[in-house]
Design a protein around this ligand. Structure first.
Ligand SMILES: [Zn+2]
Length: 188
């Protein structure tokens, strides 16, 4: 399994993990799916393995990702959802033909209609985004407190007071910054 991507099954949410593939959106943005192969790697890590991916499919994935980001950000801020973003999300959801299947171990898997049908995988991601933006799932959409990030994330903590999209990146960086600032003050 390719490394380097967070695994949504360990508590991450599929749709916001996907929008997180463009990180530091308000700083020096880092594109983590710059090529069709990297998109295929990300899909494999997230239980949506495809055999091949074209440049056109990658471009469609970017379009969906930015639509989810725009709609999730609006939802977190309780603003009206941007119509163009809603249209892209709905189109992707309608085009996907993935089927949920149950494994003998009692786990849900996604079965794509063909081995290279990236559109099916995008449909699963779009449907996931719809369920969190519609407020159907247990959790709250919020924006990361890091000024260079501001990513929309799905807070499933009991208190709903999570501040960072990811403790290992934004949370850690903020802790270090605070530590360094205190240290400088004490050092005079
Ligand atoms: Zn963040």
């Amino acid at each position: 399994m390719p490394a380097g991507f967070p695994d949504f099954r360990l508590g991450n949410v599929l749709a916001t993990s996907f929008t997180g593939t463009l990180s530091e959106r308000h700083g020096n943005a880092v594109e983590r799916i710059p090529t069709p192969q990297r998109l295929a790697d990300w899909l494999a890590v997230n239980g949506l393995a495809v055999e091949a991916c074209t440049t056109a499919q990658l471009e469609r994935a970017w379009e969906l990702r930015e639509a989810i980001h725009a709609a999730a950000t609006a939802a977190a801020l309780r603003h009206a959802l941007p119509a163009s973003a809603v249209r892209v999300i709905n189109d992707c959801s309608a085009q996907g033909r993935a089927a949920a299947v149950l494994t003998p171990e009692g786990e849900r898997r996604w079965q794509l209609s063909s081995a290279s049908c990236v559109e099916d995988a995008l449909g699963v991601i779009a449907a996931d985004a719809i369920s969190i933006i519609a407020g159907e799932r247990d959790g709250k959409l919020a924006l990361c407190a890091s000024p260079t990030c501001q990513a929309a994330f799905f807070d499933t903590s009991q208190s709903r007071t999570r501040k960072w999209c990811d403790m290992n990146t934004c949370g850690n960086r903020q802790k270090k910054a605070r530590f360094n600032a205190n240290h400088r003050k004490k050092g005079g």
